[in-house]
Design a protein around this ligand. Structure first.
Ligand code: R5P
Length: 285
Protein backbone atom coordinates (compact mmCIF):
# COMPACT_ATOMS: atom_id res chain seq x y z
CA UNK A 1 0.00 0.00 0.00
CA UNK A 2 1.05 3.58 -0.67
CA UNK A 3 0.27 6.58 1.51
CA UNK A 4 0.03 10.05 0.03
CA UNK A 5 -0.15 12.86 2.56
CA UNK A 6 -0.99 16.53 2.70
CA UNK A 7 1.82 18.62 4.18
CA UNK A 8 0.05 19.36 7.46
CA UNK A 9 -0.76 15.68 8.09
CA UNK A 10 2.77 14.48 7.37
CA UNK A 11 3.51 13.42 11.00
CA UNK A 12 0.28 11.49 11.20
CA UNK A 13 0.95 9.84 7.83
CA UNK A 14 4.55 8.91 8.66
CA UNK A 15 3.34 7.06 11.75
CA UNK A 16 0.62 5.32 9.72
CA UNK A 17 3.18 4.28 7.17
CA UNK A 18 5.57 2.94 9.84
CA UNK A 19 2.76 0.94 11.41
CA UNK A 20 1.60 -0.64 8.15
CA UNK A 21 5.02 -0.83 6.52
CA UNK A 22 3.57 1.00 3.53
CA UNK A 23 5.44 3.48 1.42
CA UNK A 24 4.95 7.19 2.10
CA UNK A 25 5.01 8.72 -1.36
CA UNK A 26 6.84 11.99 -1.84
CA UNK A 27 4.72 14.90 -3.07
CA UNK A 28 5.89 18.07 -4.71
CA UNK A 29 3.91 21.05 -3.46
CA UNK A 30 4.59 24.56 -4.63
CA UNK A 31 2.92 27.81 -5.51
CA UNK A 32 2.78 29.49 -8.90
CA UNK A 33 3.87 33.15 -8.86
CA UNK A 34 0.22 34.19 -8.60
CA UNK A 35 -0.23 32.01 -5.49
CA UNK A 36 -2.10 29.13 -7.10
CA UNK A 37 -1.37 25.67 -5.72
CA UNK A 38 0.64 23.04 -7.65
CA UNK A 39 0.68 19.38 -6.56
CA UNK A 40 2.57 16.48 -8.11
CA UNK A 41 2.74 12.86 -6.89
CA UNK A 42 6.26 11.58 -7.43
CA UNK A 43 5.62 7.78 -7.44
CA UNK A 44 3.89 5.71 -10.07
CA UNK A 45 0.75 4.48 -8.32
CA UNK A 46 -0.81 2.52 -11.15
CA UNK A 47 -2.62 -0.62 -9.88
CA UNK A 48 -1.66 0.18 -6.27
CA UNK A 49 -3.85 0.49 -3.18
CA UNK A 50 -3.46 4.11 -2.14
CA UNK A 51 -4.46 5.90 1.06
CA UNK A 52 -4.62 9.69 0.86
CA UNK A 53 -4.40 11.50 4.22
CA UNK A 54 -5.37 15.11 4.89
CA UNK A 55 -7.49 17.34 7.11
CA UNK A 56 -10.21 19.67 5.89
CA UNK A 57 -9.61 22.33 8.52
CA UNK A 58 -8.83 25.28 6.25
CA UNK A 59 -9.63 26.20 2.65
CA UNK A 60 -6.00 25.43 1.81
CA UNK A 61 -6.25 21.99 3.43
CA UNK A 62 -9.38 21.21 1.42
CA UNK A 63 -7.85 22.25 -1.89
CA UNK A 64 -4.65 20.33 -1.20
CA UNK A 65 -6.58 17.18 -0.27
CA UNK A 66 -8.73 17.37 -3.41
CA UNK A 67 -5.68 17.97 -5.61
CA UNK A 68 -3.91 14.99 -4.03
CA UNK A 69 -6.92 12.72 -4.50
CA UNK A 70 -7.33 13.77 -8.10
CA UNK A 71 -3.61 13.45 -8.88
CA UNK A 72 -3.69 9.91 -7.47
CA UNK A 73 -6.78 9.06 -9.53
CA UNK A 74 -5.02 10.22 -12.72
CA UNK A 75 -2.50 7.43 -12.15
CA UNK A 76 -5.16 4.68 -12.28
CA UNK A 77 -4.55 3.05 -8.89
CA UNK A 78 -6.33 -0.16 -7.83
CA UNK A 79 -8.14 1.58 -4.96
CA UNK A 80 -8.24 4.94 -3.18
CA UNK A 81 -9.09 5.42 0.51
CA UNK A 82 -9.29 8.92 2.00
CA UNK A 83 -8.32 9.29 5.67
CA UNK A 84 -9.45 12.61 7.16
CA UNK A 85 -8.01 12.85 10.71
CA UNK A 86 -9.82 16.14 11.34
CA UNK A 87 -12.90 16.63 9.20
CA UNK A 88 -13.44 20.39 9.39
CA UNK A 89 -16.61 22.03 8.02
CA UNK A 90 -18.66 19.13 9.42
CA UNK A 91 -20.72 21.35 11.73
CA UNK A 92 -23.00 22.51 8.94
CA UNK A 93 -24.65 19.26 7.89
CA UNK A 94 -28.13 20.69 7.36
CA UNK A 95 -29.87 23.91 6.39
CA UNK A 96 -30.75 25.87 9.53
CA UNK A 97 -31.73 29.09 7.70
CA UNK A 98 -32.87 29.02 4.11
CA UNK A 99 -30.13 29.79 1.60
CA UNK A 100 -27.25 28.29 3.58
CA UNK A 101 -24.58 26.10 1.99
CA UNK A 102 -24.23 22.65 3.56
CA UNK A 103 -20.47 22.61 3.93
CA UNK A 104 -20.08 18.98 4.99
CA UNK A 105 -22.13 17.84 1.96
CA UNK A 106 -19.96 19.83 -0.44
CA UNK A 107 -16.77 18.41 1.01
CA UNK A 108 -17.76 14.78 1.41
CA UNK A 109 -19.20 14.69 -2.12
CA UNK A 110 -16.01 16.18 -3.59
CA UNK A 111 -13.94 13.54 -1.78
CA UNK A 112 -16.38 10.81 -2.89
CA UNK A 113 -15.86 11.71 -6.55
CA UNK A 114 -12.48 10.01 -6.20
CA UNK A 115 -12.22 7.93 -2.99
CA UNK A 116 -14.10 4.63 -2.69
CA UNK A 117 -13.76 4.61 1.08
CA UNK A 118 -13.64 7.49 3.60
CA UNK A 119 -12.22 7.16 7.12
CA UNK A 120 -12.79 9.95 9.64
CA UNK A 121 -11.87 10.42 13.30
CA UNK A 122 -14.62 11.65 15.62
CA UNK A 123 -16.38 13.58 12.87
CA UNK A 124 -18.73 16.21 14.37
CA UNK A 125 -21.79 14.25 13.20
CA UNK A 126 -21.90 11.07 11.13
CA UNK A 127 -25.03 12.56 9.49
CA UNK A 128 -22.54 13.85 6.89
CA UNK A 129 -22.09 10.26 5.71
CA UNK A 130 -25.65 10.28 4.36
CA UNK A 131 -24.47 12.57 1.54
CA UNK A 132 -22.40 9.84 -0.10
CA UNK A 133 -22.89 6.24 -1.12
CA UNK A 134 -19.20 5.51 -0.54
CA UNK A 135 -18.21 3.38 2.43
CA UNK A 136 -17.60 5.68 5.42
CA UNK A 137 -16.16 4.66 8.78
CA UNK A 138 -15.64 6.84 11.81
CA UNK A 139 -12.96 5.97 14.36
CA UNK A 140 -13.49 7.10 17.95
CA UNK A 141 -10.24 7.06 19.95
CA UNK A 142 -11.75 5.77 23.18
CA UNK A 143 -9.04 3.21 23.93
CA UNK A 144 -6.26 5.66 23.08
CA UNK A 145 -7.68 8.28 25.47
CA UNK A 146 -8.21 5.71 28.23
CA UNK A 147 -4.63 4.46 27.78
CA UNK A 148 -3.36 7.99 28.30
CA UNK A 149 -5.10 8.18 31.71
CA UNK A 150 -4.57 4.65 32.95
CA UNK A 151 -2.29 5.80 35.78
CA UNK A 152 -4.34 8.82 36.88
CA UNK A 153 -6.77 6.90 39.13
CA UNK A 154 -9.75 8.54 37.44
CA UNK A 155 -13.00 8.26 39.44
CA UNK A 156 -15.32 10.21 37.17
CA UNK A 157 -15.38 10.95 33.42
CA UNK A 158 -17.37 14.07 32.57
CA UNK A 159 -18.88 15.01 29.19
CA UNK A 160 -19.27 18.80 28.95
CA UNK A 161 -22.51 18.27 26.98
CA UNK A 162 -24.83 15.42 26.08
CA UNK A 163 -23.22 15.11 22.61
CA UNK A 164 -20.00 13.88 24.22
CA UNK A 165 -21.69 11.51 26.66
CA UNK A 166 -21.35 8.35 24.57
CA UNK A 167 -17.60 8.85 24.41
CA UNK A 168 -17.36 9.74 28.10
CA UNK A 169 -19.28 6.57 29.00
CA UNK A 170 -17.00 4.43 26.82
CA UNK A 171 -13.82 6.00 28.28
CA UNK A 172 -15.23 5.58 31.81
CA UNK A 173 -15.93 1.91 31.11
CA UNK A 174 -12.37 1.39 29.88
CA UNK A 175 -11.05 3.07 33.06
CA UNK A 176 -13.49 1.46 35.50
CA UNK A 177 -14.82 4.93 36.43
CA UNK A 178 -18.27 6.53 36.63
CA UNK A 179 -19.52 9.00 34.05
CA UNK A 180 -21.86 11.98 33.82
CA UNK A 181 -22.74 14.80 31.43
CA UNK A 182 -23.56 18.45 31.93
CA UNK A 183 -26.48 20.42 30.44
CA UNK A 184 -24.79 23.02 28.26
CA UNK A 185 -26.38 26.04 26.61
CA UNK A 186 -24.34 28.03 24.08
CA UNK A 187 -24.79 31.76 24.75
CA UNK A 188 -22.36 33.12 22.13
CA UNK A 189 -19.55 32.03 19.81
CA UNK A 190 -17.08 31.71 22.70
CA UNK A 191 -19.39 31.51 25.69
CA UNK A 192 -21.50 28.76 27.24
CA UNK A 193 -23.74 28.48 30.27
CA UNK A 194 -24.61 25.49 32.39
CA UNK A 195 -27.66 24.56 34.36
CA UNK A 196 -26.97 24.89 38.06
CA UNK A 197 -26.55 21.30 39.09
CA UNK A 198 -25.08 19.32 41.93
CA UNK A 199 -21.91 17.57 40.92
CA UNK A 200 -20.80 14.88 43.32
CA UNK A 201 -17.09 15.05 42.52
CA UNK A 202 -15.65 16.19 45.85
CA UNK A 203 -12.18 14.69 46.33
CA UNK A 204 -12.37 12.85 42.97
CA UNK A 205 -9.95 12.67 40.10
CA UNK A 206 -11.99 13.83 37.11
CA UNK A 207 -11.36 13.45 33.39
CA UNK A 208 -13.27 15.78 31.07
CA UNK A 209 -13.69 14.36 27.55
CA UNK A 210 -14.96 16.14 24.43
CA UNK A 211 -14.66 15.68 20.68
CA UNK A 212 -13.12 19.10 20.08
CA UNK A 213 -11.66 22.08 21.91
CA UNK A 214 -12.25 25.08 19.69
CA UNK A 215 -12.28 28.40 21.56
CA UNK A 216 -11.90 26.50 24.84
CA UNK A 217 -15.01 28.20 26.30
CA UNK A 218 -16.75 24.89 27.00
CA UNK A 219 -13.78 23.28 28.73
CA UNK A 220 -12.87 26.36 30.79
CA UNK A 221 -16.38 26.69 32.13
CA UNK A 222 -16.53 22.95 32.90
CA UNK A 223 -13.20 23.03 34.74
CA UNK A 224 -14.33 26.06 36.80
CA UNK A 225 -17.47 24.19 37.84
CA UNK A 226 -15.54 21.04 38.75
CA UNK A 227 -13.12 23.07 40.86
CA UNK A 228 -16.00 24.79 42.64
CA UNK A 229 -17.48 21.34 43.32
CA UNK A 230 -14.25 20.24 45.01
CA UNK A 231 -12.66 17.87 42.44
CA UNK A 232 -9.17 16.79 43.57
CA UNK A 233 -7.48 16.56 40.16
CA UNK A 234 -8.88 17.62 36.80
CA UNK A 235 -7.61 16.22 33.50
CA UNK A 236 -8.84 17.69 30.21
CA UNK A 237 -8.78 15.81 26.93
CA UNK A 238 -10.34 15.96 23.47
CA UNK A 239 -9.88 14.29 20.12
CA UNK A 240 -9.20 17.50 18.18
CA UNK A 241 -7.44 20.56 19.61
CA UNK A 242 -7.99 23.74 17.60
CA UNK A 243 -7.12 25.94 20.60
CA UNK A 244 -8.28 29.28 19.22
CA UNK A 245 -7.43 32.58 20.96
CA UNK A 246 -4.57 31.18 23.04
CA UNK A 247 -6.96 28.87 24.88
CA UNK A 248 -4.40 26.05 25.21
CA UNK A 249 -2.21 27.96 27.65
CA UNK A 250 -5.19 29.25 29.63
CA UNK A 251 -6.67 25.77 29.93
CA UNK A 252 -3.33 24.19 30.76
CA UNK A 253 -2.97 26.50 33.76
CA UNK A 254 -6.43 25.62 35.00
CA UNK A 255 -6.08 21.83 35.00
CA UNK A 256 -3.65 19.07 35.98
CA UNK A 257 -3.03 17.82 32.44
CA UNK A 258 -4.26 18.84 29.02
CA UNK A 259 -4.01 16.50 26.05
CA UNK A 260 -5.49 15.87 22.63
CA UNK A 261 -4.87 13.31 19.93
CA UNK A 262 -2.49 14.03 17.06
CA UNK A 263 -5.18 14.71 14.41
CA UNK A 264 -4.12 18.37 14.73
CA UNK A 265 -0.54 18.96 15.84
CA UNK A 266 0.03 21.24 18.85
CA UNK A 267 2.12 21.25 22.03
CA UNK A 268 -0.64 19.18 23.64
CA UNK A 269 -1.30 16.57 20.90
CA UNK A 270 0.40 13.83 22.88
CA UNK A 271 -2.08 11.00 22.25
CA UNK A 272 -0.84 9.18 19.20
CA UNK A 273 -3.78 7.63 17.38
CA UNK A 274 -2.40 7.31 13.84
CA UNK A 275 -1.36 3.73 14.52
CA UNK A 276 -4.76 2.92 16.06
CA UNK A 277 -6.47 4.33 12.96
CA UNK A 278 -4.29 2.09 10.80
CA UNK A 279 -5.19 -0.98 12.91
CA UNK A 280 -8.88 -0.03 12.81
CA UNK A 281 -8.80 0.22 9.01
CA UNK A 282 -7.23 -3.26 8.92
CA UNK A 283 -10.00 -4.67 11.14
CA UNK A 284 -12.72 -3.07 9.01
CA UNK A 285 -11.45 -4.55 5.72
C1 R5P B 1 -19.94 20.94 20.74
O1 R5P B 1 -20.85 20.42 20.14
C2 R5P B 1 -18.61 20.30 20.77
O2 R5P B 1 -18.69 19.00 21.24
C3 R5P B 1 -17.64 21.09 21.63
O3 R5P B 1 -18.08 21.06 22.97
C4 R5P B 1 -17.50 22.50 21.19
O4 R5P B 1 -17.38 22.60 19.81
C5 R5P B 1 -16.31 23.14 21.86
O5 R5P B 1 -16.23 24.47 21.43
P1 R5P B 1 -15.51 25.57 22.31
O6 R5P B 1 -14.14 25.06 22.63
O7 R5P B 1 -15.47 26.77 21.40
O8 R5P B 1 -16.35 25.82 23.51
Amino acid sequence: MYIVSSQRSSDFSSKMSARSMSHLSPVEKKRFPDGELYIRIMDNLQDQDVTVVGNTRSEEDILELLFLLNAVKEQKPKSITAVIPFFGYARQHMVYKSGEAISSKVIIRSISEVAEKIVTVDIHDTASFSFTDRECINFSPVESIARNHRKDSINMVVAPDDGAFEKAKAVAKALGADSMYLEKKRTGPTTVEYEKETMNVKGMNVLVVDDIISTGGTMMKTVEMLKAAGAAKIFVTATHGLFLNGSAEKLRKMCDRLSTTDTIVSDYSTINISMDVMDYMGEKK
